[in-house]
Design a protein around this ligand. Structure first.
Ligand code: MN
Length: 741
């Protein structure tokens, strides 16, 4: 208690009174235990922060108190959050530890405060990717416990309200970060009032000139505006009272930031913005009458004023995913001015202002069966976060899109409502339904008509997704999908696919180099990169894995290295066994020149030695045996040891055959189809013969009813090359299907 002497008598009294006020004015009614908990948190925080003062000279404890006040009154959270808010800076700024909090206040509060501590201030440099990483951390904690982020928003709001005593450059930095991250978060969590305040405060520090200019003009036009609002509401009021509605009606100017944004977006002056305010009607209603009364009020208002059919927003029937509900309508008011009217019940208004907390309260109270939008959204975030992709910038862009977008509501064929951000496409819808559906989306039916993947959905659309097992995400899909969920799934798939090819390439290279008597080490890799003019080893592995760098290419590399084993390599060629065993080969093609052994059903080329016991000759029936120390040994099937090996070590036997390496490539026919478009054939042949350098042996295209159907013959070295070819063909716009015949 010694530290208490850091405070003046007056400060002790002030802080006591402040706490009392917080407990009394909180949105939720605290129990006796709640009050005890809050008081204890306050005592601990006040003592711990005792030596600290804020930049303004004020005792530091006023900051946690103010944050707790916002948490209790403006966000409307309960005792746990209020206590956590009081303690939110203790781990970072005082001697208090997580363990101490865990002992004194339990796991939950310790966890929340710890989560808040982890979200460190943004780094000094305006490095966007670091900010992004921080944002990612923030969202990660959000998915752990949404209260962490709610308290963080309260913390930020208080810091923004009290930023005057900070140096200019810090103000700008904090303000831009607020606008970039915290305002969208508040928006998405349904804290519209706090979001608006955060935006206005940010603008004040980012563009003070514009901010104060708009503020001044709002003040100048105030009398005029209020007179107009009065004129409007007086007319409506009379009618509403006659119909027996209990309500409040008032006009509110839009926020400075929203006016600023509109001026910027439309490139207009302040005077040219007509919808500078909105009329709000907040009515009393028993829960079962809410909807009816909203439409009753609508009908009264539109008795007096004409309305714009295109601008009715029924958020009552289809709440936003934040839980926001209201009926919005734009009417032609006095003096032929368009006026937006927002009709909300008291409950809806509470949700609009308090977001999460209010929704939670009503949900518990009324056993609402509808899933809470916020929880759904958090689940989606968790989904995105659980993906192995690690690029924080991609991540933040994806999330930010989701945060700010207005929503549309579309329907599944069964009539379920799906909320998506404005601008969402068929592809976003598919990924929203299920990842597996998204992955295999071929096209969709919207209101009974077939549409392509990039079709932008409108509210009210009925969407049915058409899938195909052959379909997979392509790079071009990233230009189509706008939701974080879809984009992150597509990215993960593409990256995974690339990784598989890269891993395969590394494996192939290791093997090939061994055959070429070269070691796979950094030096060799560097030489390879230089030789093939590649940026990094990943690209090298990828090109080998996808067959763009062939065995022949690697051989010429080995030769170019002029290494001491060059002779051995060329020796291999010269010493090709020419003579055949006439007895065994008469039945086979006499032209065949068996000079190489391949293994397994995929006819892989692996390193091997010929077994001494039977000394197989080209063309003999053979098999491979995987030895412990000497790699693969090739035996004749008639070898005296064969039966013993096959019966005792069946799992170590690999099928093997002699082949003619000059004819080793296998011929493949591919069937390609899709909607016809100009230039598609040129695109296909270019990919094959120019990009992938595969000679075309057969080309045939047919057209029917706007669909093309092609048959293409190529000679390939291995199945990897085939997979790569098919993958690349599928990337071509308009190619729907690629099949091996
Ligand atoms: Mn703080």
């Amino acid at each position: 208690m010694q530290k208490q002497s850091y405070y003046t008598e007056k400060e002790i009294k002030q802080t006591d009174a402040y706490l009392k006020k917080i407990i009394q004015n909180g949105y939720q009614k605290p129990s006796e235990d709640d009050i005890k908990l809050i008081r204890k948190a306050f005592e601990v925080a006040r003592e711990a922060h005792a030596p600290q003062r804020r930049k303004s000279g004020e005792a530091y404890i006023f900051h946690p108190l103010a944050v707790a006040e916002i948490v209790a009154e403006e966000i409307g959270l309960g005792a746990t959050s209020i206590a956590a808010a009081l303690l939110h800076d203790t781990i970072e700024d005082t001697d208090i530890t997580v363990d101490f909090l865990r002992r004194e206040f339990g796991e939950k509060i310790a966890e929340i405060v710890n989560g808040l501590t982890k979200i460190k201030r943004m780094p000094k440099e305006q490095d966007i990717s670091l900010q992004a990483e921080n944002f990612r951390k923030l969202i990660l904690t959000l998915s752990a416990d949404v209260r962490v982020v709610l308290i963080k928003i309260a913390d930020r709001l208080h810091n923004m309200r009290t930023m005057d005593s900070m140096p200019r450059h810090k103000q700008e930095k904090i303000a831009s970060e607020t606008l970039y991250i915290y305002a969208p978060l508040a928006h998405r969590l349904g804290l519209y009032k706090i979001k608006t305040e955060l935006e206005d405060l940010s603008l004040r520090y980012i563009d003070p000139e514009a901010y104060f200019d708009i503020k001044k003009k709002l003040a100048e036009t105030r009398a005029e505006r209020e007179a107009y609002i009065k004129k409007f509401t007086n007319i409506v009021k009379k009618g509403l009272i006659e119909h027996g509605y209990k309500f409040e009606i008032f006009g509110r100017p839009k926020s400075i930031y929203s006016i600023y944004r509109k001026m910027k977006r439309k490139n207009v002056e302040f005077d040219e913005i007509y919808d500078i305010f909105a009329i709000r009607v907040i009515y009393e209603a028993p829960p079962e009458m809410e909807k009816e009364i909203a439409w009753g009020i609508f009908s009264v208002i539109t008795d007096y004023f004409n309305y714009n059919n295109q601008r009715i927003r029924d958020w009552i029937r289809n709440p936003r995913s934040t839980g926001y509900q209201a009926l919005h309508v734009t009417v032609l008011g006095p003096e032929n001015k368009w006026v937006e009217v927002q009709i909300r019940s008291e409950r809806m208004n509470e949700i609009a202002e308090k977001g999460y907390a209010a929704h939670y309260k009503y949900k518990q109270g009324k056993d609402e069966t509808k899933e809470l939008g916020i929880e759904k959204w958090i689940n989606q975030l968790q989904d995105i976060l659980s993906n192995p992709q690690s690029n924080a910038l991609d991540f933040i862009d994806d999330i930010r899109l989701d945060l700010y977008s207005e929503e549309i509501h579309v329907f599944t064929p069964k009539g379920d409502v799906i909320s998506l951000p404005k601008g969402a496409t068929v592809l976003d819808f598919a990924f929203h339904i299920h990842t597996e559906v998204g992955m295999h989306t071929r096209a969709a039916e919207v209101n009974g008509r077939i549409v392509p993947l990039n079709y932008v959905l409108n509210s009210g659309d009925v969407v049915k997704i058409l899938t195909s097992a052959q379909q997979h995400p392509r790079h071009s899909w990233l230009n189509i999908a706008i939701t974080g969920r879809a984009r992150s799934k597509i990215r993960t798939f593409l990256r995974q696919q690339e990784n598989n090819i890269t891993d395969l390439g590394k494996e192939i290279l290791t093997r090939k180099l061994r055959t070429l008597k070269l070691k796979l080490n950094e030096q060799t890799i560097n030489q390879l990169q230089k030789y093939f003019k590649l940026k990094n080893s990943r690209e090298l592995f990828y090109k080998i894995g996808s067959g763009q760098i062939t065995n022949t290419d690697l051989k010429s590399f080995a030769n170019a290295q002029n290494n001491p084993f060059k002779k051995i390599l060329s020796w291999g060629k010269k010493e090709k066994p020419k003579e055949k065993n006439p007895k065994q080969h008469t039945a086979r093609d006499e032209e065949v020149n068996y000079d190489m052994i391949v293994f397994g059903s995929e006819e892989q080329r692996l390193e091997y030695t010929l077994a001494n016991c039977c000394n197989p000759l080209p063309g003999d029936d053979i098999f491979g045996f995987v030895t412990i120390n000497e790699g693969i040994k090739v035996h004749k099937k008639t070898c005296p040891n064969a039966i013993y090996l096959q019966s005792h070590y069946a799992h170590r036997i690999i099928p093997a055959i002699w082949i003619d390496s000059t004819k080793q490539k296998f011929k493949v026919f591919l069937k390609i189809s899709g909607p016809d478009r100009p230039g598609i054939v040129a695109d296909i042949t270019k990919i094959i013969s120019i990009d992938l350098k595969i000679p075309l042996e057969h080309v045939e295209f047919n057209y029917f009813n706007g669909i093309f159907d092609g048959k293409i013959g190529v000679r390939l070295e291995n199945t990897v090359q085939l997979k790569d070819l098919m993958f690349n063909l599928k990337q071509i716009e308009g190619v729907d299907k690629v099949e091996k015949l």
